[in-house]
Design a protein around this ligand. Structure first.
Ligand code: FAD
Ligand code: EPU
Length: 338
């Protein structure tokens, strides 16, 4: 365990917002977790992985618990399946590359998502037709108050689109210490229907699919539209894509026949929030140091030494404009830390 007082968090969040925390505690082994209680006492605290889904609006008047618990192992194999136990501080994309290089199938569509393995179940990360819930067996957690470990099976995590129990009942109460994934060693099942994966594969002249080829296609698509946080501060999609009733969808479709939306199984529609933002001419909009990314309107960027408040205020402007024009209240995907 390492402890630092009055620590600047600029390098610990992908928006690169320069704020200070009262204390930073770096956890390197789950054996250190029981000591945390005496450190946090009555202070406010935040568990932090790669900082790629948080926006610090002010200095953080509390303790940042930074997860650096690493390790990975194969825990079980059958003829067809492989079970991987991954410590929560592992870098998610490195894990994806490990699986792809071994020709294990299941998470190749989730390539290049920044952050740690332990944060992946928190918002049930998803991309290109796959969500972590599709391959997640279980999650091991440490209850900070009761100081006890517990294993939650997939169903107990109550996963849905960008949501889980970790954003509700267990929010800020538990530290995720490891996850177990179940992947396929053979009889691979590939998801290539989303967006332009098929076009990208054909451009790469791929005739035989493999986890590696799909990862390659996904990485190329993502790199073409999402800003690299090492160069331009961002946290991926700032808002969730809203789910609306079919009545609401038809109302919008009547007014804007080119609306981009996907039917869901329960007679509702998911509207592409990026399309709505672009439709209102907000792509590229700048507000103080913050801006709407010019290649992907759902992504807000730190264009020029933005403060967390600049980004938050820009998100408010967008929420209000979308509400006034479409009657839809956008929900932020990024965790706002005050
Ligand atoms: P942090 O930002 O550090 O934390 C996020 C939340 O999880 C916080 O509330 C934190 O308290 C909590 N948390 C973190 N670790 C733990 C833990 N061990 N135990 C308990 N709680 C914890 N997301 C997608 O779903 N799909 C995408 O395609 C995608 N693309 C992105 C592209 C870019 C360029 C960027 C910058 C972000 C993208 N994201 C995407 C968002 C982000 O990468 C994911 O949400 C990721 O899982 C966050 O991981 P992290 O370690 O950085 O979490
Ligand atoms: N679109 C526009 N203009 C834009 C952006 C998007 O018109 O500026 C329309 C296009 O028609 C496009 C469609 O919206 O085809 C969907 O866009 P895209 O495929 O880029 O995906 P998204 O809906 O904007 C979601 C996730 C991403 C994930 C991608 C790929 C959410 C909130 N975001 O974005 O996740 O990588 O799909 O699956 O669900 C993240 O969560 O941080 C994230 C990046």
């Amino acid at each position: 365990m390492k402890i630092f007082d009055n620590f600047n968090l600029k390098e610990l969040n992908t928006f690169h917002i320069s704020v200070n925390a009262k204390k930073l505690v770096v956890i390197e082994s789950e054996n250190e977790l029981p000591q945390i209680q005496s450190i946090i006492k009555n202070n406010k605290y935040l568990i932090l992985g790669g900082g790629s889904n948080v926006l610090f609006v002010n200095d953080f008047d509390g303790i940042i618990i930074k997860n650096e618990i690493t390790g990975k192992e194969i825990i079980k194999e059958t003829d067809e399946e492989i079970f991987l136990k991954i410590k929560s501080g592992e870098i998610w994309h490195d894990i994806v590359m490990w699986t792809v290089n071994n020709n294990w199938n299941g998470i190749e569509n989730l390539s290049l998502i920044p952050g740690t393995a332990g944060a992946a179940p928190v918002q049930n990360i998803g991309a290109y037709g796959v969500e972590i819930k599709d391959v997640l067996e279980e999650v091991k957690i440490f209850h900070l108050e009761t100081q006890s470990f517990q294993v939650l099976k997939n169903q107990e995590c109550r996963f849905s689109y960008r949501d889980s129990i970790f954003k509700h009942e267990l929010k800020d109460k538990t530290f995720i210490t490891e996850i177990v994934l179940k992947l396929k060693k053979k009889n691979h099942v590939y998801k290539t229907d989303y967006g332009n994966i098929k076009e990208e594969l054909s451009q790469l002249n791929v005739t035989t699919l493999s986890p590696e080829k799909i990862a390659q296609a996904v990485i190329r698509i993502r790199t073409s539209k999402l800003p690299d946080p090492a160069i331009i501060g961002n946290a991926g999609s700032f808002f969730k894509n809203p789910e609306v009733s079919s009545k609401k969808y038809l109302e919008i479709k009547n007014k804007y026949p080119d609306v981009v939306a996907f039917p869901l199984s329960n007679h509702t529609y998911k509207i592409a929030a990026g399309w709505m933002i672009e439709k209102l001419g907000l792509k590229g909009l700048e507000y103080k140091g913050a801006a709407v990314h010019s290649k992907q309107a759902l992504v807000l960027i730190n264009k020029n030494n933005a403060t967390g408040k600049d980004l938050f205020d820009l998100s408010e402007i967008i929420i209000n404009k979308i509400f006034d024009n479409f009657g839809i209240l956008l929900e932020r995907e990024v965790n706002i830390i005050t």
